[in-house]
Design a protein around this ligand. Structure first.
Ligand SMILES: [Fe+2]
Length: 196
C-alpha cells in the first residue's frame, strides 16, 4: 500500500478543508491511534500509511457532511493522494455512506477504532483528569452499554468493527485506550495552536 503523500502535505490538505478544532483534533487522534496500531499489530513498515490514512479519513466531513465518503475521492485526488489510500479512507464509512468494504487489516482497524475514539474521548472529558491516561477498560464498558452516553457514537459500528477483526469488544477497548494514551500529550500540544 502506497502513501504518495508526506505527513506534512497531508496535514496541509486536511487544514485546507477543516477549520474547526474539533475536526482537527479528531483527525490527529485517529492518526495517532492508527500509528500505534500499526506498531502493535506488526505493521511498523506501513506505520506512515496507517497514520496518514487516519489523519485524512474525515477530510470531507466538515464541508460536505451530506456527501461524506462520496466527496472525499475528489478532494484527495486533487491533493495527490494515491488510489490505495483513497480506497482505505472510503472504506471507513462502509454500510453507512460508502459501499467500499474494509479488506486490509488497517482498514478493518480504522473502521473499528474511529467511532470508538469518539466514545473514549467523550468519556475522558467526564473525568477529573480529562485524560485517558488513568482510564480503565471497565469504565468504557459501562459507557458503551449506556446508550444515552455519547449517543452519536454508533455502538453497532463499533461492535461490527470488532467482529470484522475477530476481536472481543474488550480487546478493542483496551487496545484503543492504549493507542489514545500514546498520542494524548502530543495532540494537546498541537491543539494549543487552535485555542482561541
Ligand atoms: Fe472519523
Amino acid at each position: 500500500m502506497e502513501s504518495k503523500i508526506s505527513r506534512e502535505e497531508a496535514f496541509e490538505l486536511l487544514k485546507k478543508y477543516n477549520k474547526e478544532p474539533f475536526h482537527i483534533q479528531h483527525a490527529l487522534t485517529v492518526e495517532g491511534v492508527m500509528r500505534w496500531y500499526a506498531g502493535e499489530l506488526g505493521f511498523t513498515d506501513e506505520a506512515d500509511y496507517w497514520a496518514v490514512t487516519g489523519l485524512l479519513h474525515d477530510i470531507d466531513f466538515e464541508l460536505y457532511p451530506e456527501e461524506h465518503c462520496q466527496k472525499a475521492p475528489e478532494l484527495l485526488k486533487e491533493g495527490g493522494v494515491g488510489d490505495d489510500m483513497i480506497h482505505s479512507i472510503c472504506s471507513h464509512g462502509f454500510g453507512i455512506c460508502s459501499d467500499v468494504e474494509p479488506v486490509h487489516e488497517m482498514e478493518k482497524v480504522m473502521f473499528a477504532a474511529d467511532e470508538l475514539t469518539g466514545l473514549i474521548g467523550a468519556a475522558a472529558l467526564m473525568r477529573p483528569s480529562k485524560s485517558v491516561m488513568d482510564m480503565e477498560v471497565s469504565s468504557i464498558k459501562k459507557k458503551f452499554k449506556d446508550k444515552r452516553f455519547a449517543a452519536g457514537c454508533s455502538r453497532d459500528v463499533i461492535r461490527q468493527g470488532a467482529e470484522r477483526l475477530g476481536w472481543e469488544l474488550n480487546d478493542l477497548f483496551e487496545k484503543t485506550i492504549l493507542a489514545m494514551r500514546s498520542c494524548e500529550e502530543s495532540i494537546s500540544k498541537e491543539m494549543e495552536n487552535y485555542s482561541a
